[in-house]
Design a protein around this ligand. Structure first.
Ligand code: AMP
Ligand code: MG
Length: 408
């Protein structure tokens, strides 16, 4: 058995970041920037009002209340065609450019329009600059907005739009083939014959791949048949950037998955010192010049999930351009709510637990007893993997490390 960190190192050292391309703004969300982005324009592009109110000369209203003559009106989008002179004001709406002559905006709440409509009574004094948003106060032309290695989020798309960045250099989303193997698997919705089970790993892995920021491509259920499997793997290698398989990688298996992958990919068959998901295979299929990584996950559903989380996901995210910090899930120190007993077996156990914010202000975890590797339904109700180090377990109240894969 090898430590998880060693296995991870072997995998990550063989996964290469996908070459950057120029991506239009409508497709940037969720991609990782490959180069820093600077702003071609200042935002706001002109001085404008932050509030609805009256554009004034602040000196005019230093001793309120004061009545000013209203000499015009400016809405957002209008070019100012009026001038504010001593004793006058211009009615102005949020976002409108400042009329010449004014140096402050009085909020409409601090005014009263007199009944003839020609005058406004201002009941407060305001300093120079009140209510004004200066050109460039959000972004100055030439500013570095975002660094390489950052994933584009929704607000970033907004920022890029605000300063007219229409394209940026980003790593493409890896296309990831997902296939499951096994003669026992069915997904046609019909009655089960004895020995058959309903396929579940592939449907889960397709969503996990998408959630990791990649494009999942479904290669279906492949029978335990050498030529069918070889055909599917070669097709996947020619059309995708990575392949995730489930099933057939266990130690004792005399399995077609092992035979085929050993022949067509340059595989490492690992036994990782962890539970669940001890068996794991990693290698590359060479397709023309490209080396396409293959992640061979174990077939037990919980093992498939944990193996994907700990090994495949970080590697796929590195391929998508993430630096280590965001390729990996966040970890947190958590408090264990009840005793967790285990026996020493040379492995780290990754128990599926539910992490929640306790009233003591710390993150606590609750564990249920359904920890066998076929009990996916219990895992589906959790949001964290608790690291239970080799030994006798953890006692209630003790702290340990957890990897968070869902909101707490
Ligand atoms: P294997 O790793 O192929 O030896 O499979 C281990 C266990 O996981 C067996 O009980 C399989 O029936 C089950 N299994 C394998 N693949 C899947 C799958 N795609 N969906 C659900 N269960 C699976
Ligand atoms: Mg199998």
């Amino acid at each position: 058995m090898i430590p998880l960190e060693d296995a991870r190192q072997r995998v990550l050292s063989r996964c290469v970041r996908l070459a950057p391309t120029s991506v239009g703004i409508d497709d940037l969300y969720g991609l990782v920037l490959a180069a820093e982005v600077s702003s071609p324009e200042s935002v706001p592009p002109f001085d404008n009002t932050a509030v609805d109110g009256y554009a004034v000369c602040s000196a005019d209203i230093s001793a309120p209340p004061v009545t000013l003559r209203v000499v015009g009106e400016l809405a957002a989008g209008a070019a100012p065609d009026v001038v504010v002179q001593a004793g006058t004001a211009v009615r102005i709406m949020t976002g409108a450019p400042l009329p010449i002559g004014c140096d402050a905006i009085v909020m409409v709440e601090d005014t009263e329009r007199l009944s003839d409509g020609g005058d406004v009574k201002v009941s407060v004094a305001v300093p120079v600059g009140a209510g004004i948003r200066r050109a460039g106060s959000d972004i100055t032309k030439g500013d570095v907005l975002f660094d390489a290695g950052v994933e584009v989020n929704a607000a970033m798309v907004g920022v890029l739009s605000s300063c007219n960045v229409r394209v940026a250099s980003a790593h493409p989303r890896p296309r990831v083939a997902v296939l499951s193997t096994g003669d026992e698997l069915v997904d046609d919705g019909g009655p089960l014959r004895l020995g058959q089970i309903r396929e579940s790993n592939r449907t889960m892995l397709l969503r996990l791949v998408a959630e990791a920021g990649c494009t999942p491509v479904d290669y279906g259920i492949i029978r335990d048949d050498e030529s069918a499997l070889e055909h599917a793997l070669r097709a996947a290698a020619s059309q995708c950037d990575a392949i995730v398989t489930s099933g057939g990688v266990s130690m004792g298996d005399f399995d077609v998955v092992k035979m085929v992958l050993s022949r067509i990919a340059d595989m490492e068959w690992m036994q990782i010192a962890m539970k669940p998901a001890k068996p794991f295979a990693f290698g590359e299929i060479v397709d023309s010049e490209r080396r396409v990584p293959v992640f061979g996950l174990p077939g037990n559903p919980v093992s498939s999930f944990v193996s994907f989380e700990l090994l495949a996901r970080p590697a796929l995210r590195m391929m998508a351009g993430h630096p280590r910090a965001t390729a990996f899930r966040s970890t947190a120190t958590v408090v264990v709510d009840s005793d967790i007993r285990r026996k020493s077996d040379g492995k780290v156990h990754f128990d599926r637990v539910f992490a929640y914010w306790h009233e003591d202000g710390r993150l606590h975890v609750r564990r249920n007893d359904a920890q066998a590797s076929h009990q996916l339904s219990a895992s589906a109700r959790t949001n964290a993997l608790l690291e239970v180090p080799d030994g006798n377990g953890l006692s209630a109240g003790e702290s340990a490390r957890a990897l968070l894969f869902g909101p707490a």
